[in-house]
Design a protein around this ligand. Structure first.
Ligand SMILES: NC(=O)C1=CN([C@@H]2O[C@H](COP(=O)(O)OP(=O)(O)OC[C@H]3O[C@@H](n4cnc5c(N)ncnc54)[C@H](O)[C@@H]3O)[C@@H](O)[C@H]2O)C=CC1
Ligand SMILES: N[C@@H](CC=O)C(=O)O
Length: 359
């Protein structure tokens, strides 16, 4: 039975939910998936760092019993008040680094460095962090290829809904000419709550409590989060090389509760739509903007944190993928699906240097 040792970088909603999955369902996953997972390091800006590479690794249950705000690794064996990210990522023996710190839409840091350090150290990386992937995806993929490790990022678009893998693996033989969709759970949730009579600020606060929003929800309501997702998708699926400047972006912050309710009374639903289209000359034109969709539009009925993405293809016409677009556990599942992808590559021997460890 293979075993993968994991280092969790950032211990907020998503990586904590991954630890919960491993703690609660590890044995079942082992039986089903054919590999075990052992957490050997955790770092967090607020809690510090914790390393334990002997025995069963870090005992997760006692950590998960502590409220997130109260977690402090400094008094624990193997603990430190400092995150010590670079040392942990480079030096602690682990097979996989799961990066889930804040997304920085400007330059991707410090997550970009976290990913680079891991790849340079010969470790596989899975991340839900949109910054490094949207802003430096091709360079990181090339670095990973040269190092013979996997770089996986399914959770960067539509959380645990496997939209990137679906497009990469299931669309063989199809030409994908464009896509449009609802790709931000927070703004979609907020728009729905405005329709129900809530204020904008209260609706955003709810999305934060539910774990949908970014640490700074400006990225959600101003559309930057969707801008990064459009870049990731366009670069992955349409072969584009979009930068942020190529994707004009307007969010939902200028919409009032009254706008949204008046539109609803006229049979229209405001949605934040991200799209990209490949033109005949090969250029890819992308944008993010709120649109008042007629009720019969397929995206108009997509509610709450659910997202949906319609791909425009030559042979099948429009193919739509829908599912959760945000949420702690849903996004932790994306990391688990990345680990499964890493395992499949390891056992099929496709260019991976590190062997699956024998437990
Ligand atoms: N929550 C969701 O539904 C989804 C989140 N994501 C992305 O996943 C990542 C994590 O999301 P959440 O867990 O919800 O965010 P969060 O804000 O709950 O957690 C982030 C954690 O990272 C820690 N952190 C920040 N900078 C750090 C650093 N330099 N070193 C060590 N720790 C650091 C923070 O202390 C915090 O505990 C973000 O990049 C987000 O954009 C992606 C898809 C969905
Ligand atoms: N804040 C994001 C989380 C997932 O990327 C969202 O609301 O969609």
């Amino acid at each position: 039975m293979a075993r993968y040792d994991i280092a969790l970088i950032g211990f907020g909603g998503v990586n904590r939910a991954l630890a919960e999955l491993i703690a609660a369902r590890g044995d079942g996953l082992e039986a089903e998936l054919g590999f075990a997972l052992r957490v050997v390091a955790i770092t967090d800006l607020r809690a510090g760092s914790l390393v334990r590479t002997d025995g069963d690794g870090i005992a997760l249950a006692p950590l998960l019993a502590v409220a997130p705000d109260g977690l402090d690794f400094s008094g624990m064996p193997g603990g430190s008040p400092e995150p010590r990210n670079e040392w942990v990522i480079r030096e602690v023996p682990a097979d996989i680094v799961a990066e889930a710190t804040f997304t920085n839409p400007t330059d991707g840091e410090p997550a970009l460095s976290h990913v680079r350090w891991a790849i340079e150290a010969g470790k596989h990386v899975c991340t839900t962090n949109k910054g490094p992937v949207a802003l430096h995806g091709p360079a990181l993929k090339e670095l990973a290829r040269q190092a013979g490790v996997s770089f996986e990022f399914e959770g960067t678009v539509m959380s645990g809904t496997p939209v990137l893998r679906t497009a990469r693996r299931m669309f063989g033989g199809l030409a994908v000419n464009g896509f449009e969709g609802i790709m931000n759970g927070t703004s979609n949730y907020v728009l729905g709550r405005l329709e129900s009579g809530l204020s904008f600020a209260d609706a955003v606060a709810e999305a934060q409590t539910l774990g949908y929003a970014e640490a700074d929800p400006t990225a959600d309501v101003e559309g930057y989060d969707v801008q990064l997702k459009v870049m990731i998708l366009a670069n992955e699926v349409l072969g584009a090389e979009l930068t942020r400047a190529d994707v004009p972006c307007t969010g939902i912050s200028a919409l009032t509760a009254e706008d949204v309710r008046r539109a609803a009374s006229e049979g229209l639903r405001w949605k934040l739509v991200g799209s990209a289209e490949r033109h005949a000359d090969g250029t890819v034109v992308a944008r993010v903007a709120p649109v008042a969709l007629p009720a019969e539009h397929p995206l108009a009925g997509v509610s709450g944190p659910t997202n949906a993405l319609a791909f425009h293809t030559d042979l099948l016409g429009t193919v739509t993928v829908g599912g959760p677009g945000a949420g702690r556990t849903e996004t932790a599942y994306a990391l688990l699906s990345d680990v499964i992808g890493i395992h499949h590559r390891a056992v099929s021997g496709t260019g991976i240097l590190q062997e699956a460890r024998r437990g």
